[in-house]
Write a new protein. Structure first.
Lengths: 339, 339
């Protein structure tokens, strides 16, 4: 089979690509080739795989050519993040809405020209949930909670969910939308997302760097690890349409965890000295944004697909440390533990 | 104030224009000029009003020029109807999604250039509600029922609601979305909507023409009259943002009525001979579409704005007859009563 991963040069996209290439198959079919589309190229290890073709440049500019190309499967992960979309409205519309629309139309026109109907998984987000000022969120947002996004990012993700449902209903694609929880621990540097600190308060202290916690310790939030997020995307791809039993958007499993408990887990796994590198300096702007986010999520439909959240946040921290140990950068990324 | 009515050449748009021109003011401001944008021109009476400017042509093609023009208020009614959108997917995307997006961007760019933030009312639809195969609809769809549209038309209306919420949140417009119920009795000829018979079974017999009822008499449906729909659009425009108390989309009032009761009302108002011109010939295609529609709607938020549904379907029939009597076509449109 031939796969397309948009955002394939990014953190989740590259990790998904590596995982799939190591598996060798998806939904019972051998993976013969994989196109990664992204603004930035993936790492050398991925590019060295003979099955991988990297295409750099904005997705929107790549879509016209995609009309001529048949894919068996698509993971559509390319996206501008929440902070960027709030700061630059046109960027968000272009990167998240227009690009998705152009991708869906490229796939539709390929099918109209005789190509097979591709299966598509879209990475949506828990950010589709408000809260709306007039409609308080439930303690846990569920698969069927009314989405009333309060960010452009969440709005664009929700709109794409509905486009994907309609293109699927019409038979142009076989689409489904997986709402990602906040992924932590992300490696690398902070990004423009207001949720960036959910990774920073673990990643930086482990690297021996001070981290700022901009919200109070009793803030609760639905998170997932990179590995479980990838597992979720693959399972959602492999599910039959019948397994969905209707609506095509679902919440991926969440570990609903307090920031204070995240720090406790960090201390339990990596020691007091590491944890003490986190300083609480409340940032009213970030605290205000986060106060509007869901404090947790339920995921009945993902559970029916056999998916599970992390057993505890300590598991997530241990997994991150394990990932770092297996990478060439371990001396930097785990410097704070080695000191 | 200067108003724009998209779809201003159509039935509802023209009626809204006449009503507003007769009032002379909106939200306490004098109406000095009114631009009607539509593919077809409005009738001569509207065009004769010195305040009216008609602009014919596709809305999408008109939007670039609109960037240079400041409006105090916009009623965005232009839309392809449900049947058209199912038959021609690209037409639906272009007419309902791309045109709305272009209109919103024209308004946004005008504001960015120093114009005042325009108030905008969008005519959404009860078609935003599914039902989704996996999520049965409640007996009455409410303001906060989870929308899971099963038509391209409903999908596009829902997407536009979310765009309007986000443009409003960002301060580019002051938008709100009113979900219209099925408007009956529409004058004129049947249109491409699957709901067309809800008008046909009243309008044709009154004109002395046989009408086909394609569904069973026990089908229930949320309807509203043209006059009450216009009243709703104006009230939603005049409401302050505080009156919304959060979410910007609401159901307009519905009279939830069985088709059998519609025919009883027709007989009560216009006589047995008129009613007997309706023949029940079940059309499986239309019956199948209608079986997926909400059987009724609730409208708590509209009630808080002081809006009410028709007191009975007989009121709606009488109002239609009254409208016909006041028009030059009365001899044709009421031929079935005069015979």
């Amino acid at each position: 089979m031939k796969l397309l991963i948009t955002g394939g040069g990014g953190f989740l996209g590259s990790r998904l690509a590596s995982t799939l290439l190591a598996r060798g198959q998806l939904a019972g079919q051998k993976i013969r080739s994989m196109v990664l589309a992204d603004q930035v190229a993936a790492g050398p290890k991925l590019l060295a795989d003979a099955r991988v073709q990297m295409r750099t440049g904005p997705l929107l500019a790549q879509c016209a050519a995609l009309r001529e190309e048949a894919f068996d499967g698509v993971f559509h992960l390319a996206s501008a993040v929440s902070g960027e979309c709030e700061a630059d409205f046109e960027l968000g519309l272009r990167s998240n809405l227009d690009s998705t629309r152009a991708l869906l139309d490229a796939l539709r026109l390929n099918v109209a020209g005789g190509g097979a109907v591709p299966r598509l998984v879209f990475s949506s987000s828990v950010a589709v949930f408000g809260p709306d000022p007039g409609v308080p969120l439930p303690r846990l947002v569920a698969d069927d909670t009314l989405p009333a996004p309060q960010t452009s990012y969440g709005t664009q993700k929700l709109i794409c969910e509905h486009l994907i449902s309609d293109y699927t209903r019409k038979g142009y694609i076989d689409g489904r939308s997986a709402r990602l929880m906040t992924v932590t621990v992300r490696p690398g540097r902070p990004n423009g997302a207001a949720s960036s600190f959910f990774s920073g308060i673990i990643r930086e202290p482990l690297a021996g760097v001070e981290a700022i916690l901009p919200v109070d310790a009793d803030v609760s939030h639905p998170v997932s690890s990179p590995a479980l997020t990838i597992e979720g995307l693959i399972r959602v791809f492999e599910a039959s349409r019948a397994e969905f039993g209707g609506r095509l958007a679902l919440n991926l499993p969440a570990l609903n965890v307090r920031v204070g408990d995240m720090l406790e887990a960090l201390e339990a796994v990596a020691g007091k000295r590491v944890r003490e590198r986190v300083r609480h300096v409340r940032d009213e702007r970030i605290a205000g944004i986060v106060a509007n986010w869901p404090t947790g999520a339920s995921f009945a439909r993902a559970t029916r697909l056999g998916l599970k959240p992390a057993a505890s946040f300590a598991h997530i921290v241990r997994q991150y440390i394990e990932d770092c140990r297996n990478s060439p950068d371990a001396e930097t990324t785990l410097k704070g533990m080695l000191q």
